[in-house]
Design a protein around this ligand. Structure first.
Ligand code: F6R
Length: 243
């Protein structure tokens, strides 16, 4: 893994935004895998402002988000679709058909997961997958467990993960859905390049385990050690426990 340390989250976000925009200029049909959550808010702010300032051609870019809450769709506050519209899609000129998102309101969630895998394949696979990490070491909604799912699937969310997401639901944990649809470990590991961002001391233990610990399904991010092109971008807090 290639480890990069930054003084603060703004410096990290600005570096990654510049790299993503450069990647679009080098490959206009770039396929991006994208996360939601608190960590990438600064990244999307930078990407928006750089896209508005410069001439970034988003017209052929394709995106696939990592996950979505089961039961929530585009119009629902708290959905990752709503987050992505507000943080990125409403501000760049992407073709709506080039936006890949899981539909948490699909009548048949298993069929929706299978559709997503096919759509990623048909797009030629993901060029750059951007990830955050949960304090428990999850990536996407692949939670620590004895066994992990390879492909996009319906996942039960752990209590800590629901609590960490309460902010998107007015601070009320009871309103956070109990399940989500998520890319699986193979979906993520098949990306040609992976960039994981982590900020804040509450991520330091998971980050240390991911980089220096054994590969274990109990810390799903540790499976990234098997991928040959992973960059981990950390602020000071997230890097505190590195050897
Ligand atoms: C979100 C996702 C999650 C988050 C993780 C960290 O799409 O896949 O794995 O990246 O829960 O969330 P934040 O950034 O809110 O700490």
């Amino acid at each position: 893994m290639n480890i990069e340390r930054f003084d603060n989250e703004d410096a990290l976000a600005s570096t990654l935004a510049a790299r993503l925009i450069e990647a679009i200029s080098l490959k206009p049909r770039l396929v991006l895998g994208l996360p939601t959550g608190r960590t990438p808010v600064a990244l999307y702010r930078e990407v928006r402002s750089r896209s508005q300032r410069g001439h970034v051609d988003w017209s052929q870019v394709r995106t696939f988000n990592l996950d979505e809450f089961a039961g929530l769709g585009g119009g629902d506050a708290g959905s990752y679709r709503a987050y992505m519209q507000a943080e990125l899609f409403d501000h760049v000129r992407m073709e709506p058909l080039n936006v890949g998102m899981l539909d948490g309101r699909a009548a048949d969630l298993a069929a929706e997961c299978a559709r997503y895998e096919r759509a990623i394949d048909q797009a030629g696979g993901i060029d750059i997958q951007v990830l955050g990490i949960g304090a428990n070491g999850h990536i996407g909604f692949n939670e620590p467990a004895d066994a992990l799912e390879a492909e996009t699937h319906v996942a039960a969310l752990q209590a800590a993960t629901r609590a960490a997401n309460a902010g998107w639901f007015g601070g009320d944990v009871a309103r956070v859905p109990t399940h989500a649809l998520s890319m699986g470990m193979a979906t993520i590991l098949h990306a040609r390049e992976i960039v994981l961002m982590a900020t804040g001391e509450e991520k330091a233990a998971a980050v240390a385990g991911m980089i220096d610990g054994p590969i274990t399904t109990r810390l799903p991010a540790s499976l990234l050690q098997v991928h040959s092109r992973v960059t981990v971008m950390l602020d000071r807090g997230a890097a505190l426990r590195l050897a």
